[in-house]
Write a protein that binds this ligand. Structure first.
Ligand SMILES: Cc1cc2nc3c(=O)[nH]c(=O)nc-3n(C[C@H](O)[C@H](O)[C@H](O)COP(=O)(O)OP(=O)(O)OC[C@H]3O[C@@H](n4cnc5c(N)ncnc54)[C@H](O)[C@@H]3O)c2cc1C
Length: 443
């Protein structure tokens, strides 16, 4: 190969490291902008470098393969409240928030639907469709994709990166965007390597921890009710106050969350549980943590008693186990009756006032004990990452290295379940991509 051709193969205006959702958006966006000050039509030459043999492995797993690609929360303040460190995202959301994300994908040909809790999905219910349109977007913007290409080192001189080292070659770019994700679900490629590269460049890493993880429970009988899911429940978390002997509901109520959850063979999962898992992991460091479910948060004690009385009066000849299926699934009703010590075959008209009170109590205070929170293997996202103090929130540019930008989960922001994490990737990816194409931002 002639020397000039080799140079063409390894020298770029912008090199994007990591082809997850953030990297795809950053690379496509960067390449779609003309370099300011360049002759009209001259676009940045952009390289997208991915260690896997395919793009965006994790994106294909999102939303159980359906890809909950954003959340249709258009009030930016409300939107930001769904993130840990969400205030950092105000600017990127104002540039490229959920509304623009939906329009972006619609323009690429995706038909969009909005489901419960403002979760946005492609009508096809297929994450593959999202990846396909993004691949086309890269192609149209002439992004050069390197697969099976792992970045193993980064070389800097003064405040600039001079080159990145892959297993088989080196790449030189004027600017670099680091989008290597966090540490969760490392089978998809995100193993924390980006933190090591950033640390070498002088960045601080806020301790990465698993977030959005299922919670393991101490109660062994939980496996008997695996698969049961419930909606609109309130989950309250109690833990021991420092110096107190009491945990459980005698401890201090720490916080509550409402939504949907599911019993699994080892504990609990589902959106509401995933959302509390980060805080539960922290509380567990100080001792016992109790998790209390209110299955009927919209009914106060009196209203629930009345409802149970009405159902018991109507079904007075049935056994209580079956009567309670008017309220909860059958397998759960059996467990609840066992917990409160009521014989499951007891006939409705023999249920005493004391029994009714016990049933109401367990419906509104079903208590279990947290054993642990699942690790990075099962966590959907990582909490922690590149310190936000070292990133300019308007451009996503590093404050330490002049020609470096960040996007996606690698930064110290994480969102709740509901499309918020992908939205963060689209927003930061867009802004980092646009900034990297702007000659005035870093020369
Ligand atoms: C099972 C599951 C379901 C999810 N569902 C949803 C959902 O429905 N909605 C939602 O909003 N969020 C969801 N998330 C979270 C969301 O997928 C992530 O937040 C998102 O993928 C992060 O994107 P990213 O581009 O920052 O990083 P990643 O998607 O992790 O991509 C990083 C890429 O960088 C590559 N890479 C890493 N190191 C190197 C290196 N040294 N050299 C070259 N390449 C490298 C990796 O191989 C990887 O392809 C889910 C996560 C999981 C695990």
């Amino acid at each position: 190969m002639a020397k000039e051709d080799t140079k063409k193969e390894s020298e770029f205006d912008v090199a994007v490291i990591g082809a997850g959702p953030a990297g795809l958006m950053a690379a496509g966006t960067s390449a779609s902008f003309g370099l300011k000050g360049s002759p009209v039509g001259l676009r940045p030459r952009v390289a997208l470098i991915e260690k896997n043999s395919t793009l965006a492995k994790k994106l294909l797993l999102t939303g159980n393969g359906r890809c909950n690609l954003t959340n249709a929360e258009f009030n930016l303040r409300e939107l930001a409240s769904n993130y840990n460190n969400g205030e950092f995202l105000f600017h990127v959301f104002s540039v490229f928030g959920p509304e623009r994300t939906i329009k972006f994908f619609e323009k690429l040909g995706v038909k969009i639907k909005i489901e419960k809790n403002k979760r946005v999905f492609p009508i096809s219910n297929d994450a593959e469709e999202i990846l396909e349109v993004l691949e086309k977007y890269l192609e149209e913007n002439k992004v050069k994709v390197f697969l099976n290409s792992e970045i193993v080192d980064v070389v800097k001189k003064g405040k600039k990166i001079t080159k990145i080292v892959l297993t088989d070659k080196e790449i030189i770019a004027k600017k670099y965007i680091l989008c290597t994700g966090g540490k969760s679900y490392s089978i998809t490629g995100s193993n924390g390597a980006g933190y090591v590269l950033a640390e070498k460049l002088g960045h601080t890493i806020v301790n990465p921890m698993p977030a959005l993880s299922p919670i393991e429970l101490k109660e062994d009988w939980i496996k008997n009710i695996q698969g049961i899911s419930m909606e609109n429940v309130r989950i309250s978390v109690f833990s021991r106050e420092a110096g107190s002997r009491h945990a459980g509901q005698n401890g201090k109520k720490q916080f509550s969350e409402e939504g949907e959850f599911i019993f699994t063979h080892f504990g609990i999962s589902g959106p509401a549980v995933l959302n509390i898992s980060g805080k539960v992991a922290n509380l567990l460091k100080n001792g016992e943590v109790k998790i209390c479910f209110d299955f009927f948060p919209l009914l106060n004690h009196e209203k629930l008693v009345k409802k149970i009385d009405d159902v018991l009066n109507k079904s007075s000849q049935q056994i209580i186990k079956n009567i309670l299926t008017n309220f909860v699934p059958e397998r759960l009703s059996e467990i609840l009756l066992k917990i409160v010590g009521i014989e499951k075959e007891k006939i409705g008209n023999s249920i005493s006032k004391i029994d009714r009170e016990k049933i109401v109590k367990v419906f509104k205070n079903f208590e279990v004990t947290a054993k642990g929170v699942y690790s990075f293997d099962q966590a959907l996202v990582t909490r922690g990452g590149i310190s936000l103090k070292e990133i300019d929130h308007k451009t996503m540019k590093s404050k330490i290295i002049d020609n470096l930008f960040f996007a996606g989960e690698i930064i110290d922001v994480d969102g709740k379940s509901g499309g918020f994490n992908l939205q963060m990737c689209w927003s930061t990816g867009y802004v980092a991509g646009k900034s990297s194409a702007d000659k005035n931002i870093s020369k």
